[in-house]
Design a protein around this ligand. Structure first.
Ligand code: ADP
Ligand code: MG
Ligand code: MG
Length: 892
């Protein structure tokens, strides 16, 4: 059977997006729902892949297209490009995953010198016909022939300085001639007068637009595979540029910025296609349509509610009104901000359209993390430059730059910049990536800048039309004649739309504040910015995650303050309490004495002085986490980290010597520092090695823990310390430490009626420990994967050095897909984790297993840890809400 490359809208449906692209599949779905979609068909992504492979279309394609087009012509009652009464079509790109504005679309295919008169007759409107023709020649020139946009814009400006609406039919007609001269001049060919040749070339151009640099860059950022290809939808044209009773617009079924209910969008009367998105004129709010054309408006509301119920989600819609008749040209589940994602998911669950599990699937830890970012201090008093449309939330502060290249160059020098443009286009993508935020003076919530910024989670204010952006003189003029030169600092509030001169200080977001306090804000507070509804939505979904999760969330916390904070944020214990900071500051002098001790007695005295200090630390942490596990790691870093710097001390002693004032103390200290100096300290005398080599150190720490537990328990508390030994590589190391621990616990816990039950376990962070996990489990009550060190040692990457040195190149080359220090490397490090869990549990079925590296708070890694059956993840207190949400999602 011959391969099939073409599907009529009536034959497709939304589950065919792989083949028909998102746009084509949804046009088909809407056709099946009986919505007013112009007739059309889709050429599959398979045909595109063929084209990308061979540079030509498959032989079967054209006969199939001719057949479909014939059917389309029969239905429309007119023929493609017919001089008497032409059918016109659009040729539209649309891939599996939405890539807004990144690929090409050509409108008005079928117009020729002959058929333009036929179109004019059909509408009784010469101007409409010539306006459509000049759009076609322009789009054909740029999209199919690859000409730059500027000469076309320039020719239009020369013909109509006040904009294209000033041109009558005759004016547009001479503009078409001017455009055609541009084609001949720059591409060496005239505009083709054969409608079929137009169609053929347009389809190929749309296929080829899969590989434009901006599309490639966008896919890289969004992790869309490069080999999918685009489908091509061929759709009968409808005309929004047919007078004041016509127009074109974009609608959202809920506010994509806040998630609030209601009809949101932009409408542009007497305009075609991309005029709204391109921001050539500033559209009116969708609500205005109710006044302009109530019948179409109410029909649109009906369509919106049909689509929302059908897709059970927020949808965005492209529509066109042709002389009072509504046509739907596109829909998709709409992109939205992080805030809207939470609010909409909770609303849809309230409305019974989805259940709570589904609501949880629709949000993510990464989006919650965005909501925890700080916002501008509402109390700060700064001069406001202007107010535009709040298109993508968040707070951006940076120096004003006027073009993409400058933004990229400045960001490479480490500067924070805000990209300021009249409007942006897809060529500005590198600048948008480089900037902290973006500010435009034209365009609505659906303009290019707004859509792209929302997708990237960058603050954006658009349509700030009080601002006069002058990229030539490199300055912005604000109301009252305030001039802002390039390089001046501005603050852009994408949440409210305000733009300030200078740097506005930031404060925690409403969501961060809620987690900090651990209580919901009183109802009705923060109504204005929707913060109240947002916080409630987040609370609801995080609580649902808590109910369904199978993996606990603990926190990495070293101080009582962090422990309290972590508990408020919802941590169920401490997975990693480091003890190194307990040896710093004032306490360094005790460490120096410990290292310098010549006799056992001297060393014991130094340890005895450290004991009460450590005990006090532990008492306060155990109290803060009363009733919950606190995993305390015995000292890990090499000792030299607590001693003076070798170079500095050498210099000091040398100077003192020259002056004849040297002190025996310093000379001894220098000798000790030299003795402890290591070329590769991270692989040197640290962790359990230190515990075994320096008698009494771990014993003192264990005693401090035991005595602290006794103190808390005697006061009626429920302390649950666990003792964790770092850097174990061999079972014997752990067995030796365990003996010492058992002896100290028996003695120190003797004061208690209840036996002091303190689990003892180990970090698994040296590859050898992972490989011998079964032997180690014989001596361990628990494992905790230290995935930072494990990653470092498994890859042989020094994490302090490699990330800036060559990771960017490695990411570019595809050796790495992510930094393995941010997202766990499942293939290598993950495999070791998986085996170690299995081996450990086979030896000790009740072995408790967790992870305490940075990866514990990384959404992608959390799913892996849940998969391999860990009991908990532990992360920094601030990441706890993100981890709670993700462990819940991992359980679905
Ligand atoms: P994009 O993916 O960039 O949005 P589209 O293929 O959706 O590109 O088309 C660009 C613009 O042209 C949109 O505003 C769309 O609504 C409009 N358009 C596409 N096809 C038609 C048509 N057959 N009739 C009228 N307008 C159309
Ligand atoms: Mg579109
Ligand atoms: Mg470590």
């Amino acid at each position: 059977m011959a391969a099939r490359y073409v599907y009529d809208f009536a034959e497709g449906h939304r589950d065919l997006a792989d083949l028909l692209g998102g746009k084509g599949a949804n046009l088909a779905e809407m056709t099946r729902l009986g919505l007013p979609v112009p007739p059309g068909f889709v050429i599959t992504t398979e045909a595109c892949r063929w084209y990308l492979r061979t540079g030509d279309v498959p032989d079967e394609l054209w006969p199939q297209v001719r057949e479909r087009l014939a059917a389309l012509e029969r239905r429309a009652g007119r023929r493609l490009g017919d001089p008497e009464d032409p059918l016109l079509v659009s040729v539209r790109s649309g891939a599996r995953f939405s890539m807004p504005g990144m690929m090409e679309t050509v409108l008005n295919i079928g117009l020729t010198d002959a058929s333009v008169a036929g179109l004019a007759r059909r509408f009784g409107d010469e101007r409409l016909a010539w306006d459509s023709y000049r759009r076609l020649v322009h789009m054909f020139g740029t999209t199919v022939l690859g000409l730059p946009d500027e000469p076309f814009v320039e020719a239009l400006r020369r013909a109509a300085p006040g904009g294209e609406l000033d041109l009558d039919a005759a004016g547009l007609r001479s503009l078409v001639s001017a455009y055609r001269e541009l084609l001949t001049e720059h591409a060496g060919r005239d505009f083709p007068q054969d409608p079929w040749e137009q169609l053929d070339l347009a389809v190929r151009a749309v296929f080829a637009s899969w590989n434009t640099p901006r599309a490639v860059l966008y896919r890289g950022r969004e992790r869309i595979p490069d080999d999918l290809g685009t489908a091509v939808s061929v759709v009968a044209m409808v005309f929004g540029n047919a007078g004041q009773d016509s127009g074109t617009g974009v609608a959202f079924t809920r506010d994509p910025a806040t998630g609030r209910q209601g009809a949101y969008g932009d409408y542009l009367p007497n305009a075609q296609g991309e005029d709204v998105v391109a921001g050539v004129r500033t559209p009116v709010p969708l609500r205005e349509l109710e006044r302009l054309d109530p019948a179409s408006y109410h029909q649109l509301l009906d369509v919106m509610s049909t689509l929302e119920r059908h897709y059970r989600d927020l949808c965005d819609i492209e529509f066109t009104i042709e002389r009072g008749r509504l046509w739907i040209l596109q829909t998709r589940v709409g992109k939205r901000t992080a805030a809207a994602a939470f609010v909409v998911a909770a609303q849809l669950a309230d409305e019974g359209l989805i259940d709570e599990d589904e609501a949880l699937r629709r949000v993510s830890g990464a989006r919650l993390a965005q909501l925890l970012f700080p916002r501008f201090d509402p109390g700060a008093d700064r001069p406001r430059l202007a107010t535009g449309i709040n298109a993508s939330p968040g707070a951006a502060v940076g120096e004003v730059v006027f073009d993409s290249a400058t933004a990229v160059a400045a960001a490479e020098r480490g500067r924070r910049v805000v990209l300021v443009r009249a409007e942006t286009n897809p060529d500005d993508l590198p600048g948008l990536v480089a900037a902290e935020g973006v500010l435009t003076s034209r365009g609505g919530k659906t303009s290019h800048a707004a859509v792209v910024a929302r997708g990237m989670g960058k603050p954006c204010v658009c349509g700030a039309d009080e601002l006069e952006v002058d990229p030539v003189r490199r300055r912005v003029v604000a109301p009252g004649g305030v001039v802002v030169e390039e390089g001046a600092v501005v603050s852009v509030d994408g949440t409210t739309g305000a733009v300030y001169l200078g740097e506005v200080p930031v404060v925690p977001s409403a969501v961060a504040e809620y987690f900090e306090r651990g209580v919901l804000p009183p109802p009705g507070s923060g109504e204005e910015d929707g913060a109240d509804e947002l916080v409630r939505a987040v609370d609801r979904l995080v609580r649902h995650a808590d109910r369904v999760r199978r993996v606990e969330v603990r926190a990495n916390a070293d101080t009582p303050e962090d422990a309290e904070r972590a508990r408020r944020m919802g941590a169920r214990g401490i997975g990693l309490c480091r003890t190194e900071h307990m040896f710093l500051g004032e306490r360094r002098k005790h460490v120096e004495r410990l290292v310098l001790a010549d006799t056992d007695a001297e060393r014991e005295r130094a340890l005895a002085d450290l004991l009460p200090l450590q005990r006090g630390d532990f008492v306060r942490i155990l109290r803060a986490m009363d009733g919950l596990p606190v995993t305390i790691r015995l000292l890990d870093p090499p000792l030299h980290e607590f001693l003076p710097d070798l170079a500095e001390l050498t210099a000091r002693v040398a100077v003192a010597e020259a002056l004849g004032e040297e002190r025996a103390e310093d000379v001894r200290l220098l000798r000790a520092v030299r003795r402890l100096h290591e070329h590769n300290p991270m692989l040197g005398l640290r962790g359990v090695r230190l515990g075994l080599v320096l008698p009494g150190l771990y014993g003192m720490q264990v005693r401090a823990i035991a005595e602290a537990a006794v103190e808390c328990a005697s006061a009626g508390g429920d302390p649950r310390p666990q003792i964790m030994v770092p850097l174990v590589a061999d079972a014997t190391e752990l067995a030796l430490v365990r003996e010492e621990v058992a002896a100290v616990l028996a003695e120190a816990g003797g004061a208690l009626v209840r036996r002091l039950d303190v689990p003892v376990g180990t970090m698994i962070e040296v590859p050898r420990a992972a490989l011998t996990a079964d032997r180690i489990a014989a001596h361990a009550d628990f494992f905790s994967f230290g995935t930072n060190d494990l990653t470092q040692m498994v890859w042989g990457f020094s994490r302090d050095d490699v990330e800036s040195a060559f990771f960017p190149r490695y990411l570019e080359l595809g050796v790495l897909a992510d930094s393995p220090f941010e997202t766990l490397d499942r293939v290598g490090v993950g495999e070791l984790v998986r085996r170690a869990v299995r081996a450990g549990r086979s030896r000790r079925p009740d072995l408790e297993v967790g992870v305490c590296g940075e990866h514990g708070g990384d959404p992608a890694s959390v799913h892996f840890f849940a998969d391999v059956g860990l009991d908990y993840v532990s992360c920094s207190p601030f990441r706890v809400p993100v981890a709670r949400l993700e462990v819940g999602r991992a359980a679905l």
